[in-house]
Design a protein around this ligand. Structure first.
Ligand SMILES: Nc1ncnc2c1ncn2[C@@H]1O[C@H](COP(=O)(O)OP(=O)(O)OP(=O)(O)O)[C@@H](O)[C@H]1O
Length: 544
């Protein structure tokens, strides 16, 4: 288990043991190189867990409803929030200091989005003492596991025997026939005795979660299959949505060939993203990025068994709404280059229905609605395309190199807008590009595509996690300073050197593979390749 959500009070509690246990948990997570996922606040037990994780060198993800954010006075997120004593302040949102570089705080629209995000980002839930909010979060997670929406353990830390009454209530539920024994087995309590034998509350809780987790997995998939209707019976729409919302994008072992004669353009590709992710696809020309995006957009049809889901829905047979694909080919369409006013174009995609967003995008993309499409530059045409494409609220945005011809200011403003869409609405972005300038702080994940394959089963969290988890697929660090495909210490966590190292390794691999198969396809092929004119003149040039 790599990631642990901690639910706890935003008050410190009346006894010192509560704060001490919270620090214990934060420290143990860092020491055992597990990531903390928490409610994002800086007060009470919540703040104590996070501070302990960060000061012990660990990494944390805070998930905070926007309304709870106390407007920071400095740093890149100054004025990000509306202000509340409950939520995060400058410490959480200011990425300028050493510890906070290992803390990512995401802002979500509401409490439901917070719970969903915390659940999606975690393998298990640890519950410290707290109030109604902590009880509610813990019980919702237990309910989701009981119903089969997820299969993850919940561990209560019985500090000062705080949870004795709750355990008694659960046992009462069992004895009165409201909770099954299988349901009772979904939770566990760690006691003071467990804490002292494991060395700390945190160590005991991690141990308990790792013992209970596999048992819950082995016990089966819960009451219902939430992502598919069973025996033709339809699930209630809201419930299906909840379960499928766990993964915004889910591609498993996808193989795709354009024609039977050609080698597949995609082989065993995997991509799994939760709501609110911003994932960059990185790979050489021809690596398969556009093909993957087009399949996700439902523009190409793979084999029947292909698993390509957006919000749990098969993109080919049960097309979900809310997917927007923006690719370079749009600008090639003769209609788009004809004598048409931009205002007509915007009206044709319902600009009048989305006035607020339309006006915001017109400002960001600096578009003049009286432009005529045949009299504007490529970059200006691209801005019109983006204004049109982004106008209606989307859930998943697939961008294929459409920002290349934007000037740097418009590109920077657009990236800021896209980022806010993911943070405020939980929208998800997959973005294939070769231009990494100014992009380092944009993605939450990066995925390397190499000769039609994804090189890791999950996208890599970006910036790379300080604890090294999930980083196997990153280019290696070069200790000697001599390896061209490796990264120097200073380049770790920077996008361009990472991409460059990957692309160099890709080219080497391709050349090696071609050589081994005796079929070198690209490059000059010295001594082997004559052009048509060379062949002609060799034959007829009597000076030779
Ligand atoms: N319409 C097509 N018919 C046949 N093969 C195709 C077609 N489109 C792409 N391919 C092949 O599929 C492979 C992947 O192409 P794709 O366009 O997905 O690459 P990419 O990673 O997006 O590249 P780039 O960075 O150049 O945009 C390439 O080998 C390409 O030759």
């Amino acid at each position: 288990m790599q990631s642990f959500a901690v639910f706890c009070g935003s008050a410190p509690g009346s006894a010192p043991e509560y704060l001490a246990a919270a620090r214990d948990v934060g420290t143990a997570l860092a020491q055992q190189q597990r990531r903390l996922v928490y409610g994002g606040g800086e007060r009470g037990l919540m703040g104590a867990v996070c501070s302990a994780t960060l000061s012990s060198g660990g990494a944390a993800l805070g998930v905070l409803p926007r309304i709870m954010v106390k407007a920071p006075t400095r740093g890149p997120n100054a004025a990000a929030g509306t202000g509340s004593a409950e939520g995060a302040g400058p410490m959480q949102l200011d990425n300028g200091t050493e510890g906070t570089q290992r803390l990512t705080t995401v802002l979500v629209p509401d409490m439901h989005a917070r719970k969903l995000r915390m659940a999606n980002e975690s393998d298990a839930f640890l519950v410290l003492p707290g109030g109604y909010g902590s009880f509610e979060e813990a019980f919702e997670m237990i309910t989701w596991t009981q119903l089969g929406i997820q299969r993850k353990p919940v561990v209560f830390l019985n500090v000062n025997n705080f949870y004795d009454p709750l355990l008694a209530l659960v046992e009462r539920g069992v004895s009165e026939g409201f909770i099954t024994s299988a349901g009772r087995a979904l939770i566990t309590l760690v006691s003071e005795a467990d804490a002292s034998s494991a060395g700390s509350w945190g160590a005991a809780a991690i141990l308990a979660a790792e013992k209970l987790g596999p048992e819950i997995q082995a016990a089966g998939s819960g009451y219902w299959n939430w992502s598919a209707s069973q025996n033709g019976a339809k699930q209630p729409a809201d419930v299906t949505q909840l379960a499928s919302a766990e993964r915004a994008v889910d591609v498993k072992d996808l193989t795709f060939a354009f024609t039977q004669e050609r080698e597949p353009a995609l082989v065993d590709c995997n991509l799994s993203l939760s709501r609110g992710s911003r994932c960059l696809l990185i790979g050489a020309n021809g690596a398969g990025k556009s093909t993957l995006l087009r399949l996700l957009a439902g523009k190409r049809l793979p084999g029947r068994d292909a698993h390509v889901r957006v919000y749990g829905k098969d993109v080919f047979h049960d097309a979900p709404r809310g997917i927007v694909y923006l690719g370079t080919e749009w600008a090639m369409n003769p209609v788009v280059r004809g004598d048409i006013r931009v205002s007509h174009f915007l009206d044709s995609v319902g600009g009048f229905r989305h006035k607020a967003r339309r006006d915001r995008l017109l400002d960001i993309l600096d578009v003049d609605i009286s432009w005529r499409m045949h009299q504007i530059s490529d970059g200006e045409r691209r801005r019109v395309q983006l204004t049109m494409g982004l106008m209606e609220e989307w859930d998943v945005l697939l961008l294929d190199e459409v920002t290349v011809d934007l000037d740097v200011q418009v590109r920077a403003d657009l990236l800021k807008f896209l980022r806010s869409e993911t943070e405020e609405r939980g929208a998800t972005i997959i973005y294939a590009t070769h231009i990494f300038d100014g992009l380092s702080s944009f993605p939450t994940h990066i995925l390397h595509m190499q000769m039609g394959r994804t090189t890791s089963s999950m996208p890599i969290t970006w910036p790379p996690r300080a604890d090294g988890v999930c980083q196997d697929a990153l280019p290696v660090l070069d200790e000697s300073g001599s390896d061209a495909d490796a990264l120097s210490e200073g380049e770790r966590g920077t996008l361009l050197p990472t991409a460059l190292a990957w692309l160099r390794a890709d080219r080497e691999l391709r050349i090696k593979t071609e050589r081994e198969s005796g079929n070198v396809k690209r490059g000059a092929k010295a001594g082997q390749v004559d052009t048509d004119s060379e062949t002609f003149y060799k034959k007829y040039d009597y000076n030779n």
